[in-house]
Design a protein around this ligand. Sequence first.
Ligand SMILES: [Fe+2]
Ligand SMILES: [Zn+2]
Length: 380
Amino acid sequence: MNPATAWSNYNNTSLTPSTLRFITDDRSIKVICSTKTVLDLPYLWLRDNCSCDQCRVTAFQEKEFIVCDVASDIKPRHTELNKDTLTIVWPDNHITNYQLNEIYDLSESRHPEPKNWTERFKPEIFDWNSFLSHEICAKNAFRSFLELGAITIINAPKELNSLELLAPRLGPIREVLFDRIHNVSVKTHAYNIAHTSLAVPPHNDFASYTTPPTVQALHMLENQVEGGNSIIVDAWKLVEELKQDRPDYFALLCRFNVPFREFDDENETYACEPIIRCDSRGKISSVRFSNQLMQTVNPKQRNVAEFYLAYHDLCRRITDPINHCKFRLQAGEILLLSAHRVLHGREAFFPNAVRHLQDAYFELDNIINKFFIMTEKTGR
Ligand SMILES: [Fe+2]
Ligand SMILES: [Zn+2]
């Protein structure tokens, strides 16, 4: 039984608080449920996280106590467990209390965890007015967005720069060089392949930034051309499959630096970063992929041949239509993407009519903030 299961059994009353006990050793207090250790709490952790009024600035719940003010081998003078409350008396008679259920809550995710796309996945659709004016609609949209990395907002205005109106909902626009709101058409400020009628392979924007924007909104203002269907790809899923099939390729793509550049007469953006990033738990946190912005890899770099085999494999997966979610983005529709996870591209089109898209960028942290505040107000 793992600790979480033991605790859930405890909460389900098959094990009562009276079956909880603790033992202490040189470095920690171990809380034991039945015969299993369900919490192992190091003394420095216990002292550092004391939430009493002396250890916190109570108005902000921020920590005032700093751990180096006590010896690193500090040990309690006395410890007591009374139902759910763990009380520790320290050598200087400072008293710390913990509610065990609050310690267990630390394992809960603060926001919805990513979910895999189904075979026929299409981004969930939300109405512009409802999204902007109704908290419940916005909360549902954010949940879908945080789980699946893509939603579509329909019935949006078809006026220029309407993406500005999303800022109260999503948080401030993340500005990057070139433009604040980026125009994508064959007639506007041209600095990359998107400003042609060519097919654009799936990519994320601004791979040439050390930290590219984490959220992208693509707003179709006019779309009268033949062709030009939008394509999105769940890069995390493909990279997870690559990891299963070729762990050696995966490992190399996590550590091999690749140069990306985007520029015009006035701007020069450049970053040399690995294609895959994982968080400290080993979970994929970002895929950086842009065929159009990728620069010449220095052939003197180590493992270039191996990198190219791994990169070839990843390119094959990303460009395989079987992995594509494809649809036509109509005028007045906005595609909102979790940009470190979902790549976007488009099919070629005939430039015989108008196709005008605007892009703006936002930040995932701000959306998570909005979702968290809404959840606090309205419940899950
Ligand atoms: Fe793009
Ligand atoms: Zn304290």
